[in-house]
Every structure is written in structure tokens, then in C-alpha cells.
Design a protein around this ligand. Sequence first.
Ligand code: SF4
Length: 336
Amino acid sequence: MQETQALGRSVDEYRAPLFIAWQLTNRCEARCIACCEESGPNAQWGDELTREEAIKLAHEIVRAGTPYVAFGGGEPLSVPHCWEVFEILEQGGVALKIETNGSRIDEEAADRLAALPVQCIQISVDGPSARIHSTARPGSSFSKAINAIDLLTHRNLRPQLVFAPNRNNVDSIVETFDLARAHRCSAFVTGPLMRLGRAALAWDAIACSNAQWRNAVELLRARALGCESEIALAIYPHDILREMELRLESPQAILLIVPNGKVKLLNALPFAAADLKETSIHDAWQIYRQAWRTPQVREFISACQDDPRLLQHANETWSLKGGPAWQTHAGALAHP
Ligand code: SF4
């Protein structure tokens, strides 16, 4: 799953984050080849927030006045206390977004989701058939993902279908768009493959070429123009290197909370600015804003432009307060 992108205005315009992206766990039944977070069945962190800590944090988010929280991967619906967290946010007037592989959405879960203020549900489907999907998303069930889309659509919660391109599925992008239309998804969401997590580790083996991606985008746009359908087409225009530059120029009012409660600036940046087990949201927000202006962050983003292999560190959580310089953490990769 890819982190929800930009909301637009400068961080200095807000007294609290406008948007929180919260990863409840790093565990997932799937082991997708392009997972930004390297999630998997055995990938739960030893220090993930407990139920009590997560509930306390949900109440704090409500008090802070953050209007929108997005839950992403690992698989948020695999966390037993996820429903309690959603309900606290709902009662506090917070709108929700959920990014899921769909495997946990049965009739009962669909009913619970329909009762919540869920603005957007994204379900990942990486091909028009079980064969293509399971090559990209081992451990994730194509039929459960499609069934989840249907269950939600029947409750008028039309989900978005998210497609992550790789060199083996990119030629099936138009067929996957047609599948999203056939199942009445509200949007087909895609973008260049993000060089993060498992995709960064296997980049040379799985990334499609720029020419393949441009061709896929052209075919997709042509298909969308040529059909009359109530589906939006959303193609994120930037790769992760450009995204980092843009965020540095204009940081956004988005806190990323990883499973152990640490606050990151962006999923591509291996810096933990604050720890919500020890720091309030209010203080973390001030620290987050200052962290974007530190030389470490600026230098790391610049170094990634020269050596994108540094993105292999994205899921680490280096301290910005004291400790070694980022070059020490990055080790040999920074000095090949
Ligand atoms: S379903 Fe999402 S969180 Fe799970 S492994 Fe795949 S991309 Fe990662």
C-alpha cells in the first residue's frame, strides 16, 4: 500500500496535523513483492503499540482536532483492536480512510465499515486474474479482494481499486481497470512503482521501464476516455524521488505514525522525529515541523537523488535527536 499523498498547504498554517497516516501493525497475511513497508506474516514489530496505547492515542488524536486519519499497511483489519480505534475516532468526528488487501472483509466487517464515517476504502488488486494478482501479491487472495469490493459496493461504500505496476503486470493495467469498472469501484488508483520496502530491495528484478510505464498510462487514459462509466482515474504523477523533493520544498500537514508509535516525516525517510509513547501529538507536531528543516533530512533527500539505493533504508527509524549521522546508519551504501 502506498501512503496517501498530499493535501496541499504548508505545515505552518496548522496548529495540529490535518491528516494522520497510522500503521497499526506491520503484520500482513500477504507478502507483496512491492510492499512499501516490507510487511508479511512474520513482520510484526516487537514493540508495536498495545491495545491500551492505541486507544489512548486515538483519544489524543480526537482531542488534537485532526480531522482525517488513514490506516494502512501492514493489514489494519488484522489488528483485533482496530474496531475500537475506529469507533473512538468516529465518536470524535474524525473521518477515516482504510487501505486493505480485503481479506478480512466479510458480511459482518462490511456492515461495521458501512456504519463508520469511512470516506475512502482502498483495496489492492494487482491484476485482472488470480494468476497475475498472486504473482505480485503472494499470500493475498484475489477472490477475497474482489468479494470485499462487491460486499462494500452493495452497501454503497464503493471502494477504490489500487494497482501497483511491476514489469510482469503492467501490460494488464487496462484489463484491471475494466475489472474495477465491472465491479463498480469508485476509482482506479495507480502511479509509478514506489522504490520503497520490498520494491527497493528487488528493484532491478521487478521495476518496469519508464517506456513501459508511459505506454501503460497512455493506454489507460485512452480506455478511460473511451468508456462511459462512473469511475475516476487517478494516476499519481511522481516517483518517490520527486515526491521527496516536493515534500522538502513544501512539507505537508501529515504525520505518519508507524506501528511502534514513532512519527516519521514520510515513508521514504528513515528518520523518526518523535515517539508517541513518550510525546504528545501536540509536541510531536512541533518537532515534525522543525525536523523537515534539519540538515540531516535535506542531505539525505539530496543523497537519494544521486544514489537511490539509499531508499532501501526507508523503513528504518533513525533518531534525529543526537545519535550517529545518517551516513553512519547508511554505511556502505552511502559510500559504494
Ligand atoms: S497487502 Fe499491503 S501491507 Fe500487506 S504485504 Fe501487500 S502491500 Fe504490504
